[in-house]
Every structure is written in C-alpha cells, then in structure tokens.
Design a protein around this ligand. Structure first.
Ligand code: NAD
Length: 334
C-alpha cells in the first residue's frame, strides 16, 4: 500500500526496506514533520505513518481526509499526538505499536538514574581533560532507598523490578493497580505518598489528567534532594517549576529523555545552530540535569518490532483483516 512515512530517520529507512520485502508496500520517505503545513505532501496516500513529534490534530486530519488517507500508523506506543475523536469522525483508522520491548525504556531509565546519581556524565567529561578529581561527584547508595514509579504499566513494572533488584523499596502510584507490580515487590501509595521517595520515575501516558502531574505543588513537597527521571512524555513535568526546584535545591537532579517542547529540537543535529529555546538552554546548563533526545526506546530489538508491527498493520488494513493494534476512541491509555 502506498504509504507516506513522515519523520523517517535514516536508521529506520534501511530497516524498513529490509522488512518490507515480506509486505511489498510502496513506502515514500519524507524528512518533514507532519503538521498543517506539510499535510498536503500526503495527498493521495491511503496510508500515513508518523512518529512521536508529528502533529495529528483535527486540522491535519481534515487535510489528510481530503487527500483520501484512510489509516494512520504511529510508530510508537503513546498516542497523545493524535486526535482520536477527529480521526473517528473522519473515518480514519489509527494503529500504534502497543507492545515492543518495554525493557528498552525501563533499562534506559535505570541508566539515567545511575548516571545522574553517580555523576557519570560529569566524570566522563572530566577524565577526557585529565581531571581525575572527585570533588562534586559524590552520589548516594541506592540500596534501601525509596523509588516511586508513577504509572505501573509494562515499562513502570519492569523499571520497578530492576530497582527491587537493587535493594530499593519500590512504591507505585497508578489509577489502575497491577497485580504484577505487587508481585515483583512494589507497594501502592496515593499521589501524596510519592513525595516521600528519594527517586521518582515517570511511566504514565500523557493525557489531560496527567499533564504537569509533576508541577509546582508536588515539587514543593518532594523529599529534599530527590531525583526525578522522565522517560515517558515531556508534558508530564512542568519544566519551569522543575527548574525552580533545582535552583532551590529541593530537587537534587533531573534526567529527561523527553521534553515538552521537544518537537522543534529532537531528532535533529542543531550543533551548528543557535538554539532559541531558553528553557532547554537553561536545563542543559545545570550540572545535575541530564537531557537525552527521546532515545529510551532505541535498541535493535525494539526498532525491529516497531517497524515490523507497523508494516504488519498496513498489511492487515490492505487485506481487510482485523487491525490487531487499532486504537479505539474509548481507550484512555497512551
Ligand atoms: P502502559 O499502558 O503499559 O502503562 C501506563 C500506565 O500508566 C498504566 O498502568 C496506566 O493505568 C497508568 N496511568 C494512566 N493514567 C494515569 C494517571 N492519571 N496517573 C497514574 N498512572 C496512570 O504503557 P507503557 O508501555 O508502560 O508506556 C508508558 C509510557 O512510556 C507511554 O505512554 C509513553 O508515553 C512512554 N514511552 C516512552 C518511550 C521513549 O522512548 N522515551 C518509549 C515508549 C513509551
């Protein structure tokens, strides 16, 4: 099926071409992010594939519907970038990759926590300049510490399991309790209970209910020196409030793989440009902040599953089969 692949990175194109030999779709790669200015590029394509920072709101969907698009396949788990109600009204089906190595994200979150706590990012830079001093590099033992998991789904539970292995006391906050989270040794608390933790790791979807779930109020009450890890979605954390909490010392450090305004920055090499996002510039100036560019999913296993599932969904649609990974408007998950 003729498919417009928006935001297609080089590493995806090679693998897509390889996997597509089993499907035979006509894939047209587009560098552009999908938005209302670029939606016309998809005119005449029955299928459109997007990624996390493409905009698939009502305006864009109206454009796509006029161009005869019938299915949107997002190459990720979260779908906060897609207006599902508008898609449903316009008769456009939406599929996602509901399950691909959740280990990839959980393991990366653990990596960020270790780097942030033990200042590995700073040590790496120092030793490259023959500076072997330890001043400013002290961390704390994780064993016996309390780690809070916000969102105890697939990724949050694996993250929790790894932290139990470190000897941490793992607590969780979720609107739905998972027996698996309790089986691995996690204990549920209410929203305020999270504020007792030494480490808070975000693993819930971005929805209207979770927007800025970690904001000024929570940040004023977290344990002094707590570390915040966000590998889920930028909009979960009020970044300006987090900067204030870092400045006051209430927050001991923050590691972000996602950022609310990431669409204009991530997946681009801006090293020769002046980055005009002052909040990001501020963030990367802190010694106790680590920013990565939405790469937690990025393992060979995960990418293969993401792209293979996307192609399979397109084949299911083309053959009129049931869409295994369709997102229905009634789901609140992301
Ligand atoms: P999941 O659906 O298995 O788990 C999400 C959990 O969040 C569920 O248990 C759900 O009940 C809970 N939740 C929903 N609303 C909540 C609320 N208001 N408060 C607390 N908890 C709430 O999803 P998953 O596969 O574990 O993925 C989690 C998130 O990770 C995704 O939504 C996505 O945003 C993010 N993600 C990031 C990357 C990356 O590369 N950085 C990759 C994949 C997924």
């Amino acid at each position: 099926m003729r498919t417009a692949m928006f935001s297609a990175q080089n590493y995806e194109r090679a693998l897509l071409n390889e996997l597509n030999t089993d499907h035979g779709h006509d894939l047209v790669y587009l560098d552009a992010l999908l938005d209302s200015d670029t939606a016309s590029l998809a005119a005449g394509f029955p299928a459109v594939s997007v990624f996390v920072n493409d905009t698939v709101d009502r305006r864009v969907l109206n454009h796509l519907a006029r161009g005869e698009t019938k299915i949107i396949a997002t190459r990720c788990t979260g779908f906060n970038h897609i207006d599902l109600e508008a898609a449903d009204e316009l008769g456009i089906k939406v599929v996602r990759v509901s399950n691909y190595s959740p280990n990839s994200v959980a393991e990366f979150a653990v990596g960020l926590l270790l780097a942030l706590n033990r200042k590995i990012h700073r040590a790496y830079n120092r030793t490259r300049e023959s500076n072997f001093s330890l001043d400013g590099l002290m961390g704390f033992d994780l064993v016996g510490r309390t780690v809070a998991v916000i969102g105890t789904g697939k990724i949050g539970t694996i993250f929790g399991r790894i932290m139990v292995g470190f000897g941490c006391n793992v607590i969780g906050f979720d609107v739905h309790r998972s027996p698996e989270f309790e089986r691995i040794g996690g204990r549920y608390v209410d929203a305020e209970g999270v504020e007792t933790a030494d480490v808070i790791s975000m693993h819930c979807p971005l929805t209207p209910e979770t927007y800025h779930i970690v904001g000024q109020r929570t940040l004023a009450r977290v344990k002094k020196g707590a570390l915040l890890i966000n590998t889920s979605r930028g909009g979960l954390v009020d970044t300006e409030a987090a900067i204030d909490a870092l400045k006051s010392g209430r927050l001991g450090g923050m590691a972000l793989d996602v950022y609310e305004q990431e669409a204009s920055l991530f997946y681009k090499d801006l090293s020769s440009s002046i980055v005009s996002d002052d909040v990001m510039q501020r963030l990367i100036s802190f010694p106790n902040v680590i920013v990565t560019g939405h790469q937690a999913f990025f393992t060979r296993e995960a990418l293969q599953t993401i792209l293979g599932t996307t192609l399979e969904s397109l084949s299911e649609f083309e053959a009129g089969r049931t869409l295994t990974n369709q997102i229905s408007t009634s789901r609140s998950n992301g």
